[in-house]
Design a protein around this ligand. Structure first.
Ligand code: OAD
Ligand code: ZN
Length: 236
């Protein structure tokens, strides 16, 4: 019984991290094309880094919530459980999840635009903005995927494979509008998975969901967990 959880910004909302869309979403206050594209970065790396530095500080102060913890429990309990996330906040790993595929990178990662050197930098705030590569002095960029960029191929292939092979595919807190990530629930469904959705609002994915918990990630996931245990036993 393979269980795959697929998360978006909504799972971190209860940790106090703003989502992107919706009424208090980041894309209401900020413009994508000024902050989350490669063009924006090369035009004004300082501005883009200030925005990421601010987000890094918000995330550093936040704690994983009950929903993150339920996914850790599921990983520990079900032998064939995997997590695919669009989130860059690293809260799944901080909660204790180990089998995590990150589709959109990680906000704590930095990468040199000249030599490609990649590393993690957890300092907040960063001592110098924009930060520079220790090896070659080149400009460092956040290790996240921006609009107009390819997703990391290894992560994407892994995500497609897990989705094809899933028996239960749980979609949590994503608006389901950013591709190719948003395609995964459809891939799972086409290959026979039961699709479950946890989201206080309807999304395009709701149309193909077999079971919908129209509520917050923490309470909705608790119900998903109980449903799976009830139906399939504790080994999933
Ligand atoms: P969005 O901000 O687009 O969607 C967040 C979803 O979470 C919405 O459907 C909300 O209804 C739902 N939500 C809000 N509060 C919730 C709660 N407490 N529990 C559960 N769900 C809740 O975020 P994503 O779908 O993750 O990409 O966005 C996808 C991508 O667009 C992001 O990875 C990022 C963004 O721009 C890039 O930057 C490439
Ligand atoms: Zn370098």
């Amino acid at each position: 019984m393979r269980i795959v959880a697929f998360t978006g910004a909504g799972i971190s909302a209860e940790s106090g991290i703003p989502t992107f869309r919706g009424k208090d979403g980041l894309w209401k206050k900020f413009k994508v094309e000024e902050l989350a594209t490669p063009e924006a970065f090369f035009r004004n790396p300082k501005l883009v880094w200030e925005w990421y530095d601010w987000r890094r500080q918000l995330i550093a102060k936040a704690e994983p919530n009950e929903a993150h913890k339920i996914l850790v429990k599921m990983e520990e309990e079900f032998p064939d459980f995997f997590l695919i996330t669009q989130n860059v906040d690293g809260l799944h790993q901080r909660a204790g999840s180990k089998k995590v595929v990150e589709l959109h990178g990680n906000i704590w990662k930095v990468r040199c635009v000249d030599c490609g050197q990649e590393s993690y930098d957890y300092r907040t705030p960063l001592p110098e903005i924009p930060p520079r590569c220790e090896k070659c002095g080149g400009l460092l960029r956040p290790g996240v995927v921006w609009f107009g960029e390819m997703l990391p191929l290894d992560a994407l292939e892994e995500a497609y494979r897990l989705s094809r092979e899933a028996d239960i595919f749980i979609v949590i807190g994503t608006s389901g509008v950013v591709y190719p990530a948003a395609e995964l629930p459809y891939v799972a469904k086409e290959h026979g998975a039961q699709v479950m959705e946890v989201n206080p609002e309807k999304t395009p994915i709701s149309r193909i969901a077999d079971i919908i918990y129209e509520e917050k990630a923490s309470t909705g996931l608790k119900k998903v967990y109980e449903y799976i245990k009830e139906k399939y036993g504790s080994k999933g």
